[in-house]
Design a protein around this ligand. Structure first.
Ligand code: SME
Length: 165
């Protein structure tokens, strides 16, 4: 069945704390994805909903294809298209199968500067059956812009998202 009634323009953005925004957003994201089986369409709407809510500088998915991370659906300025395993924050998150919260990207060895405006970031792997399928990368133009709240909700979201692949 078509997902006509869950269109992105109906997104409600909660006022209040970051916590309240995530609490309101997560069920809306699940409703948005419900009934649609196309992974690209779903990932595209997920990043759009997150961008609309938090106005992140850059947010997007990199997906593992032939032993490389390849740029997927994103919102923000143009970005690097391919990242090797272990390179930069995204490649390290993939290699280590774990979320990386980087308060200052200049202090992260091997950080890939797709944009010189990017100052801090969080990268969350999408893991299914022990295998990394890709990563969600969120970049900010402010230092130290991500915290335990982002980590908690983005981890939960990516854990759930892995199940739609
Ligand atoms: N900052 C990332 C590269 C991707 S772009 O920022 C969109 C990294 O070092 O992995």
């Amino acid at each position: 069945m078509s997902n006509l009634f869950n269109m992105a323009e109906n997104l409600t953005i909660a006022q209040g704390s970051k916590n309240e925004k995530y609490e309101s957003l997560v069920p809306q994201i699940k409703a948005l994805v419900y009934g649609e089986s196309d992974v690209t369409a779903n990932l595209a709407n997920v990043v759009a909903a997150l961008k609309q809510t938090f106005d992140f500088f850059w947010i997007g998915f990199y997906l593992v294809k032939n032993e490389e991370l390849v740029l997927g659906p994103f919102q923000g300025p143009i970005a690097c298209t391919r990242i090797s395993k272990g390179r930069g924050v995204c490649g390290s998150s993939w290699a280590e199968s774990k979320t990386l919260l980087v308060p200052n990207v200049e202090e992260f060895p091997g950080h890939i500067a797709c944009s010189s405006l990017s100052k801090s970031e969080i990268v969350v792997p999408l893991i299914k059956n022990g295998e990394v399928l890709g990563v969600l990368d969120v970049d900010s133009d402010k230092l130290n812009d991500f915290d335990a709240t982002d980590e908690k909700y983005l981890n939960e979201l990516c854990e759930w998202l892995s199940s739609i692949f």
